[in-house]
Design a protein around this ligand. Sequence first.
Ligand SMILES: Cc1ncc(COP(=O)(O)O)c(C=O)c1O
Ligand SMILES: Nc1c(O)cccc1C(=O)C[C@H](N)C(=O)O
Length: 450
Amino acid sequence: MSDATIPPEPRGAEPAGAESSVSGLPGAGQSEAELTGVEPTGVASAGVESAEVGLVGEAARLDAADRLRAKRDAFTLDEAIYLDGNSLGALPRAVPPRLADVVAREWGRLRIRSWEESGWWTAPERIGDRVGRLLGAAPGQVVVGDSTSVNVFKAVVAAVRIAQERGAHRDQILVDEATFPTDGYIAESAARMTGCTLRPVAARDVPTAVGPRTAVALVNHVDYRTGRLHDLPATTAAVQAAGALIVWDLCHSAGALPVGLDAHGVDLAVGCTYKYLNGGPGAPAYLYVARAHQPRFDSPLPGWNSHADPFGMDSAYTPADGAARGRVGTPDILSMLALEAALEVWDDVAIEDVRAKSLALTDFFLRCVEDYVPAGRVRSLTPAAHAERGSQVALRCADAGEVMAGLVRRGVIGDFRRPDVLRFGFTPLYTGFAEVERAARVLAAVLREG
Ligand SMILES: Cc1ncc(COP(=O)(O)O)c(C=O)c1O
Ligand SMILES: Nc1c(O)cccc1C(=O)C[C@H](N)C(=O)O
């Protein structure tokens, strides 16, 4: 980042233990007016400044009380304020040495022996169990591999097949109408392949839209655009009461909040590992098939890796038992073992603590935005109610593209979703409250400039 600049903390704010926001940054030494484009003597500035003093102090107190604070050291981060972990999580420090060992020793020296001696062959299920723990799934139900898109395909087609065994009249797939596009595209193709029709409905209306003709409902746990958290227990119960199956896309909830797959009796779920699980760009995704469905899980992609005896090289397909039935072809070992190393950071972390901090971070950001940002410039699309909020804040803003570019220039990394959404993701393992306050302060400065 060549020109990361953060408006200085207000005079009088000396947060004990808080990181310095300016020293060492390219913006250090510039006046507030130079950084923000606002004269500090202005009326608005004076009002904002007194609010800042309180919020800077509060951020310091929240950071000091944060039980997850030390986890930040487990990641490679710099002076930029990284609020894009809901797109690509930061690099865990454990990954580079582990990958170096995998390449030099396991691949370089052990070569083909590593499939067995280094545990490569069983990595999809082993790492699946590790992901499963964070999703509330008992061992043996999650397999890691492929992309989320591919796992959506496997899950939806297999779920339709199970539903149609119950009754051939089940010929509708419900899909969350605001879904991340890939789920919609794949559900549409799955519908054509299985003789179903696709019915887009709002996620909150799935419980009332589901009926005797529904085979499957495919719903996002957290909406990628607004950050709205959908009601997984109630939606799952309603879909199942109608005799259909539910498939949840957990991309934006895994690693951010408790999901409770087993506790809520979810049928199938998919998700990626490169967001809050920090598995790296293109890290393998996962597929959860509840144990009760595994014997009937009829994969539309029955590759040799999911065969009961892969090295039997039999021309007839016999599916493996358990989660391995969700495998397809040779696992992407380098990415998979990078993910395994990335997951070590979770070993002593309770997802409930992560959720508590996530809500505190998003609450605090919303308050700072409310206090700092000129009235009427942004509107939050993210629900205020905790029960309806994931781990991101989405702000509607007319000139969102330029505003996000301005934020990134000043070292606040969020993302822009067309046409008018500023998205800020909060990763409790490495995001601090002082950063949140500074991000809101920079946002206000960029908006005043604009
Ligand atoms: C909800 C959701 N589903 C699916 C995907 C994409 O899946 P894939 O990993 O196949 O690109 C994303 C993000 O890219 C997403 O946010
Ligand atoms: N998967 C991504 C990629 O390969 C490039 C850029 C962004 C992504 C994303 O994950 C986007 C993300 N799912 C979203 O919520 O918008």
